[in-house]
Write a protein that binds this ligand. Sequence first.
Ligand SMILES: *Cc1c(COP(=O)(O)O)cnc(C)c1O
Length: 343
Amino acid sequence: MTLIDLRSDTVTQPTPEMRQAMAAAEVGDDVYGEDPTVNRLQDLAAEATGKQAALFVPSGAMGNLAALLTHCQRGDEAILGDLSHPYIYETAGLAALGGIQPRTLPNQADGRLRLDDIRQAIRPDDVHFPISRLIALENTHNRCNGAALSAAYTAEVGQLARQHGLLLHIDGARIFNAATALGASVAELVAPADSVTFCLSKALCAPVGSVLCGSADFIRQARRIRKQLGGGMRQAGILAAAGIIALQVMSQRLGEDHARAARLAAGLAELPALRVHPPQTNIVRFQLAEDAHLPAEQIVAGLAAEGIRIGHGAYMGFRAVTHYWIDDAAVDKTLAAFRRILA
Ligand SMILES: *Cc1c(COP(=O)(O)O)cnc(C)c1O
């Protein structure tokens, strides 16, 4: 039985082309800056995001943390969404390791922070207050059904940040999904940001790694922080080789994942027991209707018995994420299983 794993796009395995490139990768010691494959990945990432420089990091969490530690001093405040990844899913690294106080604002259903909320959260210059140093956005927004933030909205936040002397960081773990959904370039979407991270290891299928991008000076400092966090890697070109294919090849096919997510969502929405959020990208979230007669655990177990895995949590409800290893037949099989279980 081939497993249909819809829990996340992090489950994607490297493609055969990636494995070949990894085996053949030219490598060197990247802590010395001497790995040609890492250097090439970083150049390509800087180019794709329209930034001066880039840094290969082991994970998205380390990318976000290195960015925040580089931008903020201890006791500074970072403004971010209450459903944002760094606030919920990164084990409070910003507070524990950076001494940074998170100032959370309510994420709207479409992933945005309201401009008025941001304006009111920025601290005046007063000896009692922490210094508001940074605003962080997330694009696409994981907990907000994979919603994509537009270039126009991001520009407004960027302008607000500059007016008040704040920095803007974008957690762009799935920024290539956002660019695909909006028909925009990644560079356009992150133009107002001082820094951006994106993941190679999600829908882009690389086995490991994220990239942090920003100005040359920022990346020089972030490189030191990465070392401090234990993220200096040696012959990392083995991993970067897969990352290059992720960036150049796999980023071009995400529309397929979005189309399959839309088809999955439309099929699930026909079932009276489910309340489905129409997806904008590759993340389909849904809940049980109030009068549904089957507990969620039983649905998850029923699917697992048929070789189908989906995400479920008390707070988030169900989550199904489409990716390279989910084809049309997998969507059909998943819908058929749901119909049977909920009949
Ligand atoms: C996955 C993800 C990250 C980073 O995750 P890692 O598992 O550390 O690579 C960061 N932000 C968002 C929005 C994510 O979905």
